[in-house]
Design a protein around this ligand. Structure first.
Ligand SMILES: [Cu+2]
Length: 247
Protein backbone atom coordinates (compact mmCIF):
# COMPACT_ATOMS: atom_id res chain seq x y z
CA UNK A 1 0.00 0.00 0.00
CA UNK A 2 2.70 2.49 1.05
CA UNK A 3 4.90 1.22 -1.78
CA UNK A 4 2.64 3.13 -4.18
CA UNK A 5 3.96 6.34 -2.60
CA UNK A 6 7.58 5.33 -1.98
CA UNK A 7 9.19 2.34 -3.69
CA UNK A 8 9.71 -0.66 -1.43
CA UNK A 9 13.08 -2.16 -2.27
CA UNK A 10 14.63 -4.01 0.68
CA UNK A 11 13.95 -7.32 2.39
CA UNK A 12 12.52 -5.54 5.44
CA UNK A 13 10.72 -2.58 3.81
CA UNK A 14 7.46 -4.60 3.62
CA UNK A 15 7.64 -5.41 7.36
CA UNK A 16 8.14 -1.73 8.22
CA UNK A 17 5.17 -0.80 6.01
CA UNK A 18 2.97 -3.41 7.72
CA UNK A 19 3.94 -1.99 11.11
CA UNK A 20 3.08 1.57 10.02
CA UNK A 21 -0.25 0.31 8.65
CA UNK A 22 -1.03 -1.58 11.86
CA UNK A 23 -0.38 1.50 14.03
CA UNK A 24 -2.40 3.72 11.66
CA UNK A 25 -5.40 1.36 11.71
CA UNK A 26 -5.43 0.86 15.49
CA UNK A 27 -4.85 4.52 16.35
CA UNK A 28 -7.18 5.65 13.54
CA UNK A 29 -10.05 3.41 14.71
CA UNK A 30 -9.76 4.77 18.26
CA UNK A 31 -9.50 8.33 17.00
CA UNK A 32 -12.74 7.96 15.02
CA UNK A 33 -14.51 6.21 17.92
CA UNK A 34 -13.47 8.93 20.37
CA UNK A 35 -14.51 11.79 18.06
CA UNK A 36 -17.91 10.19 17.27
CA UNK A 37 -18.58 9.72 21.00
CA UNK A 38 -17.41 13.24 21.80
CA UNK A 39 -19.69 14.95 19.28
CA UNK A 40 -22.62 12.67 20.12
CA UNK A 41 -22.32 13.63 23.81
CA UNK A 42 -22.10 17.33 22.97
CA UNK A 43 -25.24 17.03 20.85
CA UNK A 44 -27.18 14.72 23.17
CA UNK A 45 -26.55 16.71 26.36
CA UNK A 46 -26.59 20.22 24.93
CA UNK A 47 -28.19 23.01 26.93
CA UNK A 48 -31.98 22.98 26.87
CA UNK A 49 -34.32 25.49 28.45
CA UNK A 50 -35.70 24.27 31.75
CA UNK A 51 -33.30 21.33 32.13
CA UNK A 52 -30.73 21.58 34.89
CA UNK A 53 -27.23 20.21 34.36
CA UNK A 54 -26.47 17.01 36.28
CA UNK A 55 -23.69 16.97 38.83
CA UNK A 56 -21.60 13.81 38.31
CA UNK A 57 -18.84 12.89 40.75
CA UNK A 58 -17.31 10.22 38.50
CA UNK A 59 -17.51 7.65 41.30
CA UNK A 60 -20.67 5.92 40.07
CA UNK A 61 -19.86 2.36 39.03
CA UNK A 62 -21.90 2.38 35.82
CA UNK A 63 -20.26 5.64 34.71
CA UNK A 64 -16.74 4.52 35.59
CA UNK A 65 -17.14 1.76 32.99
CA UNK A 66 -16.84 4.46 30.34
CA UNK A 67 -13.25 4.96 31.51
CA UNK A 68 -12.27 1.45 32.55
CA UNK A 69 -13.37 -0.51 29.47
CA UNK A 70 -11.69 1.70 26.82
CA UNK A 71 -8.64 2.06 29.08
CA UNK A 72 -8.19 -1.70 29.27
CA UNK A 73 -8.75 -2.13 25.54
CA UNK A 74 -6.18 0.56 24.75
CA UNK A 75 -3.63 -1.17 26.98
CA UNK A 76 -4.25 -4.42 25.09
CA UNK A 77 -3.74 -2.65 21.75
CA UNK A 78 -0.57 -1.02 23.15
CA UNK A 79 0.82 -4.48 23.82
CA UNK A 80 -0.04 -5.54 20.25
CA UNK A 81 1.77 -2.46 18.84
CA UNK A 82 4.80 -2.92 21.10
CA UNK A 83 5.10 -6.61 20.21
CA UNK A 84 4.91 -5.84 16.46
CA UNK A 85 7.39 -2.94 16.78
CA UNK A 86 9.88 -5.00 18.78
CA UNK A 87 9.72 -7.79 16.20
CA UNK A 88 10.59 -5.42 13.34
CA UNK A 89 13.09 -3.43 15.44
CA UNK A 90 15.01 -6.54 16.42
CA UNK A 91 15.08 -7.77 12.82
CA UNK A 92 16.34 -4.47 11.36
CA UNK A 93 18.58 -3.14 14.14
CA UNK A 94 19.50 -5.96 16.49
CA UNK A 95 20.34 -8.79 14.14
CA UNK A 96 23.23 -8.77 11.70
CA UNK A 97 22.96 -11.46 9.02
CA UNK A 98 26.35 -12.48 7.55
CA UNK A 99 27.44 -10.07 4.83
CA UNK A 100 28.31 -10.73 1.19
CA UNK A 101 29.89 -7.28 0.98
CA UNK A 102 30.82 -4.53 3.43
CA UNK A 103 30.80 -0.87 2.40
CA UNK A 104 31.78 2.33 4.21
CA UNK A 105 29.47 5.31 4.42
CA UNK A 106 30.97 8.62 5.53
CA UNK A 107 28.74 11.59 6.23
CA UNK A 108 29.94 15.16 6.51
CA UNK A 109 28.63 18.69 6.06
CA UNK A 110 27.18 18.30 3.41
CA UNK A 111 27.99 15.26 1.36
CA UNK A 112 28.13 11.49 1.43
CA UNK A 113 31.23 9.49 0.55
CA UNK A 114 30.88 5.79 -0.10
CA UNK A 115 33.69 3.24 -0.21
CA UNK A 116 33.02 -0.02 -2.00
CA UNK A 117 35.55 -2.84 -1.44
CA UNK A 118 36.04 -3.27 -5.22
CA UNK A 119 36.37 -6.58 -7.11
CA UNK A 120 38.54 -8.20 -4.38
CA UNK A 121 35.72 -7.62 -1.84
CA UNK A 122 38.28 -6.34 0.74
CA UNK A 123 38.08 -2.87 2.21
CA UNK A 124 41.36 -0.98 2.57
CA UNK A 125 42.96 -2.31 -0.61
CA UNK A 126 44.07 -0.51 -3.79
CA UNK A 127 40.97 -1.40 -5.78
CA UNK A 128 38.55 0.22 -3.30
CA UNK A 129 36.11 2.47 -5.10
CA UNK A 130 35.23 5.77 -3.50
CA UNK A 131 32.26 7.70 -4.78
CA UNK A 132 30.66 10.94 -3.71
CA UNK A 133 26.88 11.29 -3.48
CA UNK A 134 26.32 8.09 -5.43
CA UNK A 135 26.25 4.57 -4.01
CA UNK A 136 26.19 1.45 -6.17
CA UNK A 137 25.01 -1.89 -4.80
CA UNK A 138 24.01 -5.22 -6.27
CA UNK A 139 20.45 -6.47 -5.98
CA UNK A 140 19.96 -9.57 -3.81
CA UNK A 141 23.32 -9.26 -2.01
CA UNK A 142 23.57 -8.90 1.75
CA UNK A 143 25.43 -5.67 2.56
CA UNK A 144 26.87 -4.42 5.81
CA UNK A 145 27.52 -0.71 6.02
CA UNK A 146 29.98 0.97 8.39
CA UNK A 147 28.52 4.40 9.02
CA UNK A 148 30.62 7.31 10.27
CA UNK A 149 30.44 11.09 10.56
CA UNK A 150 33.31 13.54 10.10
CA UNK A 151 31.73 16.43 11.97
CA UNK A 152 28.19 16.58 13.39
CA UNK A 153 25.26 14.20 13.81
CA UNK A 154 23.81 13.13 10.45
CA UNK A 155 21.33 10.39 9.66
CA UNK A 156 21.66 7.91 6.81
CA UNK A 157 18.15 7.59 5.40
CA UNK A 158 17.13 5.40 2.46
CA UNK A 159 13.33 5.72 2.19
CA UNK A 160 13.00 2.88 -0.36
CA UNK A 161 14.71 0.53 2.11
CA UNK A 162 12.71 1.95 5.07
CA UNK A 163 16.12 2.26 6.71
CA UNK A 164 17.43 5.12 8.81
CA UNK A 165 20.46 5.26 11.06
CA UNK A 166 22.05 8.18 12.89
CA UNK A 167 25.75 8.84 12.31
CA UNK A 168 27.64 10.27 15.28
CA UNK A 169 31.19 11.62 15.10
CA UNK A 170 33.59 9.26 16.87
CA UNK A 171 31.47 6.16 16.39
CA UNK A 172 31.13 3.55 13.69
CA UNK A 173 27.68 2.07 13.32
CA UNK A 174 27.26 -1.24 11.58
CA UNK A 175 23.96 -1.90 9.84
CA UNK A 176 22.67 -4.07 7.04
CA UNK A 177 20.37 -4.16 4.06
CA UNK A 178 19.58 -6.39 1.12
CA UNK A 179 18.07 -4.71 -1.93
CA UNK A 180 15.25 -6.56 -3.68
CA UNK A 181 14.62 -4.32 -6.72
CA UNK A 182 16.94 -2.65 -9.18
CA UNK A 183 16.54 1.08 -9.72
CA UNK A 184 17.68 4.50 -8.57
CA UNK A 185 16.60 5.59 -5.11
CA UNK A 186 17.09 8.57 -2.82
CA UNK A 187 19.59 8.75 0.00
CA UNK A 188 18.82 11.60 2.38
CA UNK A 189 20.19 13.07 5.58
CA UNK A 190 17.44 12.87 8.19
CA UNK A 191 19.09 14.95 10.90
CA UNK A 192 19.25 18.76 10.74
CA UNK A 193 23.01 19.16 10.34
CA UNK A 194 23.52 22.78 9.35
CA UNK A 195 22.70 25.26 6.62
CA UNK A 196 23.29 22.76 3.80
CA UNK A 197 21.21 19.95 5.36
CA UNK A 198 18.54 20.13 2.65
CA UNK A 199 21.21 19.71 -0.02
CA UNK A 200 22.60 16.56 1.53
CA UNK A 201 21.04 14.12 -0.89
CA UNK A 202 22.66 11.27 -2.76
CA UNK A 203 21.57 8.55 -5.16
CA UNK A 204 21.49 4.85 -4.48
CA UNK A 205 21.84 2.76 -7.62
CA UNK A 206 20.70 -0.84 -7.20
CA UNK A 207 22.06 -2.83 -10.13
CA UNK A 208 21.67 -6.31 -11.56
CA UNK A 209 24.69 -8.61 -11.02
CA UNK A 210 25.91 -8.00 -14.61
CA UNK A 211 25.57 -4.22 -14.41
CA UNK A 212 27.23 -4.14 -11.01
CA UNK A 213 30.13 -6.30 -12.19
CA UNK A 214 30.65 -3.91 -15.12
CA UNK A 215 30.58 -0.90 -12.78
CA UNK A 216 33.07 -2.59 -10.45
CA UNK A 217 35.49 -3.44 -13.26
CA UNK A 218 35.42 0.03 -14.75
CA UNK A 219 35.85 1.94 -11.50
CA UNK A 220 38.31 -0.44 -9.86
CA UNK A 221 40.65 -0.05 -12.85
CA UNK A 222 40.47 3.72 -12.44
CA UNK A 223 41.01 3.48 -8.69
CA UNK A 224 44.00 1.16 -9.00
CA UNK A 225 45.65 3.33 -11.66
CA UNK A 226 45.10 6.45 -9.57
CA UNK A 227 46.41 4.82 -6.40
CA UNK A 228 49.61 3.53 -8.04
CA UNK A 229 50.22 6.95 -9.60
CA UNK A 230 49.61 9.00 -6.49
CA UNK A 231 50.55 6.67 -3.63
CA UNK A 232 53.79 4.78 -4.30
CA UNK A 233 53.67 3.03 -0.90
CA UNK A 234 50.26 1.57 -1.66
CA UNK A 235 48.60 4.11 0.62
CA UNK A 236 45.06 5.36 0.66
CA UNK A 237 42.96 4.42 -2.35
CA UNK A 238 42.38 7.31 -4.68
CA UNK A 239 39.06 8.98 -5.06
CA UNK A 240 37.10 8.03 -8.11
CA UNK A 241 33.83 9.82 -8.28
CA UNK A 242 31.15 8.28 -10.43
CA UNK A 243 30.47 11.60 -12.06
CA UNK A 244 33.99 11.92 -13.45
CA UNK A 245 35.02 8.30 -13.85
CA UNK A 246 31.79 7.08 -15.39
CA UNK A 247 32.46 8.63 -18.79
CU1 LIG B 1 23.53 15.71 7.40
Amino acid sequence: MLDRLVASASTYSGDVDQLVLLVTLIVGAWFIAAEVMFFWLIFRFRAKPGVRAQYITGKEKNLKQWINVPHTLILVFDIVIIAAAVRVGVMVKQTLPPADRTVKVMSQQWAWTFTDPGPDNQLGTADDIRTTDEMHVEVGKMYHFLLESKDVVHSFFVPAFRMKQDADPGRIYTGWFKATKTGRYDILCAEICGIGHGEMGATLVVESPADHAAWLQQHAADATTASTESAPAGGAPAESTSASAGK
